[in-house]
Design a protein around this ligand. Structure first.
Ligand code: SD4
Length: 290
């Protein structure tokens, strides 16, 4: 059987991969499927690390980061975007409607409104309550695996064999105001080269940014590593670079041009969702710490 089309996503986000996978099987482009796929989690109020219902920063602001890449190598990104429930769609507009790759903060919001996106309060009753409870102790300790609800990074390969990717998040819960993570940074949270493959990352964005993880993985696949080996090498690089690597999670999923998937992470507990040939699966990732 053919390996394409196929959709994969970080964590057990099978609702996202099922939707994207079904679209791909109906002949949708990888770009359309990947955007609609991650939007499932942006809308999911129970997911407190993506989109609507995402945890705020220390000061109570919900600020979203997202990016998207198309098979032609084009990219769009938004950082520190407030009050817009689907940052990935704004990122796609940045890619398609502007001469730029990345828009931040107030300018990104202005652009979104011009493009017809509606403002919305993204702080839910639950996320406000959790933030207020956090304020009582103000301990800033990133949690390693948040019950499999986390940043969504997704890669799709369509029937033509073309690859697109997207990544969207509210970032680390109770981050400093102004903090931007890896997820909207092309090369860090997401990278692809349609001739080689793609990679997405989740976990401690600071560590992913410092090693330009997704770009590294695609380049390692270019040199002949399979997706699993490439993800492992990128995680080993992070381990070498950060003496405190036991205190945080970094996880990657990669896909090569053959539609082969691989993943690797620091801590046990990460998995990736996959939809292929009408079948939806959750796949535990190999980890450095067992
Ligand atoms: C960030 N990588 O902002 C994102 C958050 C994440 O698990 O993936 N959390 O650093």
């Amino acid at each position: 059987t053919s390996t394409k089309p196929v959709a994969v996503a970080t964590w057990n986000f099978q609702n996202a991969t099922k939707l994207a996978g079904a679209m791909l099987e109906d002949g949708a482009s990888a770009l359309d499927a990947v955007e609609k796929g991650v939007m499932v989690e942006e809308s999911n109020l129970k997911n407190t690390t993506v989109g609507d219902g995402g945890a705020p920063d220390r000061d109570g602001n919900v600020t979203l980061d997202a990016c998207i890449m198309s098979p032609d190598g084009n990219a769009g990104s938004v950082v520190y975007l407030k009050e817009i429930a689907h940052p990935v769609s704004v990122a796609r507009k940045v890619m398609e409607e502007t001469p730029h790759v990345m828009l931040a903060g107030e300018g990104a919001l202005q652009f979104a409104i011009q493009q017809g996106f509606k403002r919305k309060n993204l702080l839910t009753e639950e996320s406000e309550k959790a933030w207020k409870e956090w304020l009582e102790h103000k301990q800033y300790k990133p949690i390693i695996n948040i019950e499999n609800h986390d940043t969504i990074g997704m890669l799709c390969m369509d029937e033509n064999g073309d690859i697109a990717g997207a990544c969207t998040t509210s970032g680390l819960s109770y981050k400093m105001n102004g903090r931007v993570g890896d997820s909207p940074i092309i090369g860090a949270g997401l990278f692809l080269d349609n001739e080689i493959g793609g990679a997405v990352g989740t976990g401690m964005g600071e560590a992913i940014m410092k090693s330009v993880g997704s770009f590294l993985i695609v380049e390692l696949m270019r040199q002949g590593k399979n997706p699993q080996e490439a993800c492992k090498e990128a995680v080993l690089r992070t381990i070498k670079q950060n003496a405190n690597f036991r205190d945080f999670q970094v996880a990657y999923v990669a896909m090569n041009k053959k539609g082969e998937i691989g993943s690797y992470c620091i801590h046990k507990g990460f998995s990736y969702a996959k939809f292929h040939n009408g079948e939806s699966t959750n796949n535990p990732s190999d980890s450095y710490l067992k």
